[in-house]
Ligand binder design. Structure first.
Ligand SMILES: C[S@@+](CC[C@H](N)C(=O)[O-])C[C@H]1O[C@@H](n2cnc3c(N)ncnc32)[C@H](O)[C@@H]1O
Length: 275
């Protein structure tokens, strides 16, 4: 089974990967834009409840966000809840429909786009784009990463920012595998997840892993089922990612953070930040 088939079961994915602190992660995204964004015409940041850019003494512009490889779009939905224009982009046909249905159920408005993150065009540019929780690992060649940075840049407002979240290399190496956990939903559904098995093959030339991913799903009143895939991923080391971002010529400045907690910014050259 390929990655696309793995993501064809959005609800199981949502339950398995839904235990994160989306509110705090979105606080970090909001902080990043506020701290590092230099969007043209932006004169000040209006306070809560719905932060906006003040573009003149009379006008305000809603903040805008693009979640790349959005899956259920939990971040796009959280920022829509805060009054942002939010766009969720995913290659899978099932994920945007699932994300949209979730947004509607929560009384939120998001835009969904089914497209490849290496080449897409939004109706309007956004101020902040994010590729989170290893979505970048689906782009397995240098060329894909460069195309991705350029596509994001084409769809960003001038002075906008792009946040990439990747696993720490020590957490995805053989020694720390397998990654296994169990998640439970309020309706009684349980999902045992495995992402990365110790004997997954690694190609030293392409630097790609063939990653075993499995969801064992137990839903009340239904027979148990298993979704399993073996698909190629690549985890980029910090300096190699930096080199590809530089090669794309799409980004002016690169900063590296140790986590998605609101931190002191450090230069990527500062090893202490990411040890
Ligand atoms: C790791 S998951 C997404 C993480 C999600 N942002 C979250 O926080 O849960 C990766 C997603 O990227 C999507 N994807 C994989 N390759 C893609 C591509 N080339 N373009 C757009 N989406 C892609 C998959 O369909 C999947 O939904």
């Amino acid at each position: 089974m390929s990655a696309s088939e793995f993501y064809a079961d959005p609800r199981a994915y949502d339950i398995a990967f839904g235990g994160r602190d989306f509110v705090n992660e979105c606080n970090f995204l909001e902080y990043s834009l506020k701290e590092f964004g230099r969007v043209e015409g932006w004169t000040s940041w209006e306070a809560e409840p719905a932060p906006k850019f003040q573009t003149s003494s009379l006008e305000t512009t809603p903040l805008s966000f693009l979640e790349l490889g959005a899956s259920p779009a939990r971040h796009a939905r959280e920022l829509a809840r805060r009054g942002w224009r939010s766009v969720a982009l995913d290659l899978s046909r099932e994920m945007p429909d699932y994300a949209q249905a979730g947004a509607v159920a929560e009384g939120l408005k998001i835009e969904t786009v089914c497209a490849n993150m290496t080449d897409f065009t939004l109706q309007r540019p956004v101020m902040l784009a994010a590729n989170l929780i290893d979505g970048l690992s689906h782009l397995t060649t240098n060329e894909h990463v460069i195309a991705h940075c350029r596509a994001v840049s084409r769809n960003l407002c001038l002075g906008g920012i792009f946040v990439i979240e990747m696993s720490h290399p020590k957490e995805i190496w053989h020694d720390s595998l397998p990654h296994v956990w169990t998640s439970k939903h309020d309706d009684g559904t349980e999902v045992d997840a495995l992402f990365g098995s110790r004997d997954d093959p690694y190609d030293w030339i392409t630097q790609q892993w063939t990653v075993t991913a499995r969801l064992d799903i137990r839903e009340p009143g239904k027979p148990p089922r298993v979704v399993e895939s073996h698909s190629n991923h690549r985890w980029y080391q910090a300096q190699e990612l930096r080199a590809l971002v530089d090669l794309s010529q799409a980004v002016l400045q690169v900063l590296c953070f140790g986590s998605a907690a609101i931190p002191q910014p450090r230069s990527i050259a500062d090893h202490a930040a990411i040890r």
